[in-house]
Design a protein. Structure first.
Length: 324
């Protein structure tokens, strides 16, 4: 089923979005749907911070699927788990036909998700929560295994010859981010330590990384968990007079340019466009054909995929459109 769903990507159009918009927005301005099935309403609830380009890409994928499937998409986001729970309740009150949700802090969303299910609303997960989606009764999950992704990252660092890695975590308590750093530590043969920063304050993040690099000159590798933080880490290294290199999780247009320029070694791409697209499309498939992506038993993996100097030119063509 997942293969069939991915194949529909070639038929999907793209619509634009940007961070920092209203917390909740309908999909009325999307292109007319190609499906002849009855109009349905899907709510997408994420923990995205406003203005983060990663989530813009997820949203574009969701909008493309909504346009194809004759779906009214209601997108909303809140960084706090309590805020997410409120947004899920709002979706229930609007009597949506399906909910796609990220589970960065799953325990805090458990009750809200149970209410949706009790109301007969199917729920799928994506991006965050691979370890808990089944136990919370979600239909499907779309994303990458963060632990596996981190381990692959650590193996990649072994090939670069790094000895001391600093893993920069922008949201303390975020399960997926912690799993990434833990995965790196598991396979990386050198030393790994975590540095916690305030991801909502980029100047403070920059200075915190710089201070750490000045304090410990043995750090020769900075690992970031999002594209904007990788670009900031490059500036931190310059400010600190460090010779450390930067590699990161996640991708955007600016990052592909940085890989081309040699400022960033590589990135792990979890294909956020695909996550948003499949989350919405799966709810349409469930309503109209009773399909369970992954059979309802296994997650549908969208990563990890490495982007480095060897393949960045190909990926950059899509990143320039805001879809990678």
């Amino acid at each position: 089923m997942a293969v069939a769903a991915v194949a529909t990507l070639v038929l999907a159009g793209c619509s634009s979005s940007s961070g920092g918009k209203e917390a909740e927005e309908g999909g009325a301005d999307a292109a007319a749907g190609k499906a002849d099935t009855p109009r349905m309403k899907v709510a997408m609830v994420t923990h995205a911070p406003s203005g983060d380009t990663f989530w813009d890409i997820i949203r574009k994928g969701a909008q493309a699927a909504a346009a194809k499937d004759n779906v009214e998409l209601i997108y909303s986001n809140d960084e706090s788990a309590s805020g997410q729970a409120t947004l899920i309740q709002n979706a229930i009150d609007q009597k949506v036909d399906g909910i796609a949700v990220t589970l960065a802090k799953p325990d805090a969303l458990k009750d809200a998700i149970a209410k949706a299910q009790k109301a007969g609303i199917p729920v799928v997960g994506f991006n965050s929560g691979m370890d808990v989606w089944k136990e919370q009764g979600l239909l499907s999950f779309f994303g990458q295994d963060e632990a596996v992704s981190g381990q692959a990252f650590g193996n990649k660092l072994n090939e670069t010859g790094a000895k001391h890695a600093l893993c920069v975590v922008q949201v303390q308590g975020h399960v997926g981010l912690e799993q990434r750093c833990a995965g790196v530590k598991k396979t990386f043969k050198g030393k790994t330590e975590n540095l916690y920063v305030n991801g909502n304050d980029m100047p403070a993040t920059k200075s915190t990384i710089s201070a750490k690099l000045k304090q410990d000159s043995s750090i020769d590798q900075v690992v970031t968990l999002g594209a904007p933080f990788a670009l900031t880490a490059v500036e931190s290294i310059s400010d600190a007079g460090s010779k450390a290199k930067v590699a990161t999780f996640d991708l955007n247009k600016e990052l592909t340019d940085a890989i081309k320029a040699g400022d960033i070694e590589f990135a792990v791409d979890q294909q956020p466009y695909l996550q948003g697209y499949l989350a919405v499309d799966s709810l349409w498939l469930y309503k109209n054909n009773g399909n369970y992506s992954g059979g309802g038993e296994e997650p549908v993996l969208t990563g990890p995929a490495f982007v480095d100097k060897d393949n960045v030119d190909t990926i950059a063509k899509f990143a320039s459109k805001g879809t990678r």
